[in-house]
Every structure is written in structure tokens, then in C-alpha cells.
Design a protein. Sequence first.
Length: 510
Amino acid sequence: MADSTDLQPQRPRGVDVLLSEQVDPPYCPHGPTVLFERFFEKKASRRFFACSACRDRKQCSFFWWADQIITPEKRSFFHDLFVARQPQINRPQLMERYKKFKNLKKEKRKYCATCNLLLFVEEWEDHESHDVVGMVTAALAHPSELLVPYTDKKTYAQFFFTEKTTQFLVTELKRQGFTHVISVGTPRIHESINADLSTNMKSFLLDLDYRYSAFYREDQFQQFNLLNGFFFDEDKGKGRLTGFLGNTDRRKVIVLADAPFGALATLVGRGIRSLWRDCLTGESTDGPVTEDGDIGFTILIFPYFLEKHVNEKDALPSLRMMDYQVTYECHRLYKDKKNYPSAARFYTNLPPPGLRLPKEEDYWSVEFYHCPITCTVTTSLSLSLCVCRYCKTCVRYVSKENKHCAICNACTSKDGRSYEHCDMCKVCVKSGRVHCLECESCQPPNHKCQPKQSTNCHICGEFGHKRRDCPNKEKGKTLSITRKRRKTLDAKDVTMTTKRTKLIKRTRKT
């Protein structure tokens, strides 16, 4: 008789995104969908198309099995549905309205958040039942302070940099000599750069939030989905960005991307690479922009605990994590709080030593280290200087808590606190943790032991590696294995059906 486990519903064992497959994806309301592969315990994996931006099916319900044929009529229907669901925006008209609105007196300025429209006095009565707020002059130059942020973390949550993070980053970009900044999902940086008249640095905003179209021209802002590298203005979007750059030396251009923390790092990497490939490629005065030929200078904001995903070969392996703790306004975990430091970090491929940590935020030390840049203000300690700590071995600036480990040959701190080396784990771990023989790792003193469980590969079934490292994951091999498994499962289904039928007949006879 068949095993009872074969009769139970199969639970998913994970989902991978397939970037190497050459497919023509259908459209959802957020642009071209992404091809995924779902793995199960005892049946073949199966591929499907789903939304790149939304993790919640309630917000974007698009789902299509990849082995189901998409007819030209169906594909055209999906694209028409995408066009129909986009806000009906006339950018030239919005800009004409914006110019007239700037000349109005303060008491005559109002903004309708329901319609995303700057209102004139004669239009107030038509929007009485809407969410209407008054405006000051500063709000026109800083719309991120006016717009109500989206808060759904599974779809599109908006959190803005604090003032100190914004000022640090803008100051560093100016110090590094950049003239053109592509601000992807960072409206506060875009606003700060454009408001600073003392510099020749310019910014172009790319964001999924269409509401910024009421405040910026087409050559200043374009609606953009980073996770699939898609411009919602398919006709003019890329052209506006390339026109913004013109003949600028690409060594003076940098991409600053604040990606959703719940997004797959491989999708973020593909979006940044496509942005450089399609819009930002250009001749440099001194050859390649960076060692990684796919992308130029880039800064990505992502949590420190996702570092290994960022550095995967399919993501952004050339980016290194910096020690600066990025803080956000009104965020429960990533806000500016000393006892609970933010987990958000900068990842960058800027030439060593990268970003210089700010003295004002207590990153500097009173101990003397070999540092190319020192502070001229002496401390009360004799012959001591307040210096920005620089590690010659790691070739980067580090925080004063990040001590270099001679055994690991690296500055190992990740969460902003000092780490200690464990000889049994052969790595540096957080301070206060002790090595547990049962868990085979360093854990908090009063933890509940959970021995490691070895899992097999979801593709070939062998132990010792995961599916992302499986040698059978190359193009074409996964499909052949899937077909073979399906034949086996189909044979099992036939066998089980026959046995069930015989069992029912015997039961009836008795």
C-alpha cells in the first residue's frame, strides 16, 4: 500500500527567482512580471510568473504558471490592463499648474492628497470631501514632507532618511566629486541636493510613487520599479534619464538606491545592472568606471544581516558593506536610538577607503591610528588626536567599536558592537555569546538548544549543498529533472489509484 505521506498535500520548500532564463514575461499593474520557481517536498518544482513589487497577493493578484501557454490575445489583455490601472497623468499640464501655484500667496495654497493635485481657489469646493491640506513654500521643494507615506510593508512602505543621514550622505557625495546622482527611492537626498545652490551636483529621482509627478518635471523625475528595471513611461522614461546625464563623465555619476528590505537581493542587483546597462553606459575619460564591468559607482542601502545575499554572484558581489548606521524617521527598528542601533547599512563599490564616517555621530576615536585624514582639534589626552579610524588591512574606515581580528584578518563587527573570536566556531561572534556544543555554534547564555538539521538539495536530493549551489541548476538541466520526476510521480499516482480501487472493492465484499 502507498505511503500515507504521499496522500498529504505537498508543502512548498522555497522559491527561487530565475534571472538567466530568456523569457517574455506578461505584465501586471507594476510592469513586467518575474519568473520564479517553487520547490516542493515530494513533487517536481514548478515555475510561475508573479509581481516583482508586491509580496502580498491581495495587493497584486497576478499569478500565471509558466507551463501554461500565453496567447497573443491574453498577453495583449495583460498589457491593456496594466495601462488601464495607471494613474491618468498629463505631465505638461501638471507642470503648468505647478508654475502658477508657486506664485500664489500662502493662504491660497492647498493640496488634495486624494487626487494628488495642487488646488487653485476656484477648485476648493469640488474637493471638500477629499483629504485637503494647506501648504507652505517649503513643502513645494520638499514634497516628501507633505505626502502621506505608504505603510504596507508587504507591498510598498515608505520610510525617509533622518536629517543627519541625509546630510552625511550629501556631504560625502560632494567630497567624492560627483556631479550627477541617480536617486532611486531616496526623495530626501534628491530634495537636499536640488535645494543646495552652492554646489554643481544635480539629482534625478526614480521612484515607484507616481505622486512626485505633481512636483517635478519629466527631466527631474520618472516613475520606476527597481525590482524589474521598468520605466512606467515606456516611450520617454529612459530617454529623459540619458538626456539628464548628457555627455557627463560616468566617473562623476553615482546610483544611490534605497531598495525594499523585503526584496530579493538578486532582483535588486538585476534592477541596478539594467539601469547602468540601458541608461547610464557612456564613455569614461580613464577606461572602465569600476572593476565590475556591469555597474558603475553605486551605493545600496540594505540591512547588515543580508550581506551574504547582496554579495551573491547573481546579486551585487562587488559591493562592500560600510559601518555607517542608516537611520529613518518614524521607523520602529531603524530609527535613531543609541541603545538599539539601526541595522541598515551602506553597500558600495566606491574606491577604497570608501565613505568616511562622520565625527559628529561619535564614529571617531581618541586613540591614534594610521589615518589619511585627521581632526585638527586636540583632546584633553596628551599627544592624542580625534581621528577617523582607518584599517590599513581592510582598506576602509571603520567605527571605533569595530576591532580588527588578527585571526579572521578582518574588521568583523556587523551590528555596531564589538565582536569576539571563537576558536571553536573559527569566526568572530557577538560579545556575550558562549559556544554551545549541542547547537554547534555560539548562542546567548540562556538559549534553547536546537541541534543543526542537515537538509538535502531541493533539485537533486543530495546532501551537502543547497539548491542555489546545485550543479544541476544550469540552464536546461532543471527542466529535464523536473520532467523525469513528473513521470515518476504520475506513475505513483496511477499505482495509488489502482490500489485504492482494489481496497474499496474488498471492503464492499466484506
